[in-house]
Design a protein around this ligand. Structure first.
Ligand SMILES: [Zn+2]
Length: 155
């Protein structure tokens, strides 16, 4: 049945409120932002994969994590081009690009153009949206051919 694919997407706000902490709910469902330097993964250096906290979607590999100095976990690329979706976010007097989970639409953070090589992008994420799983390959085996960082410099 097609039930399984949509199961997690259809969690109601009530169900999510029960499953998530109030901060996790605020960040993932209400586009909240957690405090810098006081969150779970900003300075975390484990080798593995970061999943969407809400639906388990594979989002980022630790190979792409770097110290941005911002106090939030930052990555130069998602594992695949479909792992996340990006939307224009017009709020707080500036236009930013919001990043949401490509599967369930949970808010993850924002992407900026001041990241390091090879992509030049900075995916500034909230730890409250992420769930880390240890993996020796740091997510490289899950990396899609379309991951943006691979496009430059390969030719
Ligand atoms: Zn998700």
């Amino acid at each position: 049945m097609a039930q399984e694919k949509t199961e997690k997407r259809s969690l109601s706000p009530e169900e999510l409120k029960q499953r998530l902490t109030s901060e996790q709910y605020h960040v993932t469902q209400e586009q909240g932002t957690e405090r810098p330097f006081a969150n779970r993964y900003w300075d975390f250096k484990g080798k593995g994969v970061y999943h969407c906290l809400v639906c388990g979607n594979d989002l980022f590999g630790s190979y792409a994590k770097y110290d941005s100095g911002t106090g939030w976990p930052s990555f130069y690329e998602p594992l695949t081009s479909s792992a996340v979706e990006e939307h224009e976010d017009r709020g707080l007097l500036m236009v930013r690009t919001e990043v949401v989970c490509g599967r369930c639409g949970s808010h993850l953070g924002h992407v900026f153009n001041d990241g390091p090589e090879p992509s030049g992008l900075r995916y500034c994420m909230n730890s409250a949206s992420l769930d880390f799983e240890e993996r020796d390959d740091e997510g490289r085996d899950l990396r899609g051919e379309n991951a943006r960082g691979g496009q430059k410099g390969e030719v």
